[in-house]
Write a protein that binds this ligand. Structure first.
Ligand SMILES: Cc1cc2nc3c(=O)[nH]c(=O)nc-3n(C[C@H](O)[C@H](O)[C@H](O)COP(=O)(O)OP(=O)(O)OC[C@H]3O[C@@H](n4cnc5c(N)ncnc54)[C@H](O)[C@@H]3O)c2cc1C
Length: 410
């Protein structure tokens, strides 16, 4: 019987279990989970604080998932090393575990810059895990003044989650705009305005350089007094296990489209990896949930002897803050063309007759049409793109292509 070991217990691990079981119903699966919780949906931690979900509904799979899939889960232990020659991992308590096929699905961790005086701050939290959210919840009061360092997705989701539970929220970021990794200047301004209208205060192009207990000294010379500090500056892929075992890593663990690492019998999946990005044709860390699941499933199938390939990943974000929805995808490469209405902005990036990326704010319905145009490399002169910019609809395709793509639905 084949022995499978999965390091990590997030979305990628679940995809891996389901990928293995789609091929091999009998092999022995062991999951090593540093977190003590059963697998939950990480993006829901802010909705938990907001009261829009609870611990039960946050579960990514039901309580009997591992039992139903014949898996053993070792909770509260870290994998400390991989020995690819012995085909063995060793846990932090010294326990060895042998494998025939290993999947590294270790995700990422918050990056905390070496802020001077950080050790003097009593209430400080990253915002990545359920335990982070529970820890933050324990200290929140209606009187809390919260400083969030980082105006990216994680920092802003935290702000949304706690807004109604605290007195004030200030978000600072060295970047000159919110969501700087996925929005351009104009789109970021639309989102920032909406967040400000919902009570969030921003200090952009400025960041904390020194902490003195409950006061942040900013780069600009300003000071901000706070009761709770949330550090959401960025994340780093957990690559060390593979790197220390001699495997190839860059910003993430390097994998091919079969999710194989450079180490024999070792696959990797999810936020810890750097894999193929179909929107620009190179490798990149694509730290989003659907990618983690698909890579995990691909890795699992291949660990069990399949020949699965996942080669159409693109960076994609579908998010909302205080009722304003947005979706971004692909690379912002090439000429920009825009559709604007009172409540929506749509920006498309076009190069070599191909849609390379887009930003949609306020109108995101049926955006899957645009993502499939990127993935399928649809030649724009074969469709009615002038119509497509305004309407995400199957009608952008000619009747012949609609028949090929959607069968009778013409
Ligand atoms: C606040 C927030 C909001 C988000 N919102 C969205 C969203 O709207 N849409 C979206 O697509 N994505 C979103 N994401 C990102 C998404 O959650 C991740 O892409 C996804 O969870 C990655 O899954 P993963 O399995 O690769 O990693 P993780 O879910 O991070 O799981 C990895 C697990 O491995 C464990 N681990 C690490 N090292 C070891 C070790 N040595 N031994 C044992 N265990 C180990 C970790 O403790 C962790 O439990 C959000 C993330 C956050 C934090």
């Amino acid at each position: 019987m084949k022995r499978y070991v999965i390091i990590g217990n997030g979305t990628a691990a679940v995809g891996c279990v389901e990928g293995i079981r789609s091929i091999d119903k009998a092999g022995e699966i062991t999951v090593v989970s540093e977190e003590k919780h059963s697998v939950y949906s990480r993006p829901l931690i802010s909705y938990y604080l907001e009261g829009k979900t609870d611990l039960e509904r946050m579960k990514y799979r039901g309580d009997t998932f591992y039992e139903d899939n014949g898996c053993r889960v070792i909770y509260g232990k870290r994998a400390a090393s991989i020995d690819p020659e012995k085909k063995q991992i060793v846990l932090d308590d010294g326990t060895p575990l042998c494998y025939d096929a290993l999947c590294v699905a270790t995700g990422s961790r918050p990056f905390v810059p070496p802020f001077e005086g950080l050790q003097t701050v009593e209430n400080k939290f990253p915002f990545m895990t359920l335990d982070d959210a529970l820890g933050l919840e324990r200290v929140l009061t209606k009187q809390s003044r919260v400083l969030i360092v980082g105006a990216g997705l994680i920092g802003l989701k935290c702000a949304e989650g706690i807004r109604d539970r605290v007195k004030s929220i200030t978000v600072c970021d060295l970047a000159d705009r919110v969501l700087s990794s996925i929005l351009d200047v104009d789109c970021a301004a639309v989102v920032q305005r909406h967040l400000e209208e919902n009570g969030i205060r921003f200090l952009l192009g400025d960041t904390a350089v020194r902490f003195d207990k409950a006061t942040a000294r900013m780069k600009s010379g300003k000071t901000v007094d706070f009761d709770i500090l949330v550090l959401a500056v960025g994340v780093r892929a957990n690559t060390e296990l593979v790197k220390n075992a001699g495997g190839d890593v860059n910003r993430g663990i390097l994998i091919n489209t079969k999710c194989e690492t450079s180490l024999p019998f070792v696959w990797a999946a999810g936020d810890c990896t750097e894999g193929f990005d179909a929107s620009f044709g190179g490798t990149r860390v694509i730290a989003i949930l659907p990618n983690a699941y698909m890579q995990g499933h691909t890795a699992g199938g291949n660990m069990a002897g399949d020949c699965a390939v996942f080669d159409n990943a693109i960076p994609m974000n579908s998010i909302g803050f205080f009722g304003l929805h947005m979706m971004t995808a692909g690379a912002y490469d090439g000429e920009m063309t825009e559709e604007r209405s009172e409540n929506a902005v749509k920006r498309f990036f076009i190069k070599d007759n191909l849609l390379k990326g887009f930003i949609l704010i306020g109108e995101t319905e049926r955006a899957g049409i645009y993502t499939s145009m990127i993935r399928e490399k649809t030649q724009l002169d074969t469709i009615d793109f002038a119509f497509a910019r305004k309407n995400a609809s199957n009608l952008i395709y000619s009747q012949k292509i609609r028949r090929q793509k959607f069968g009778n639905e013409v």
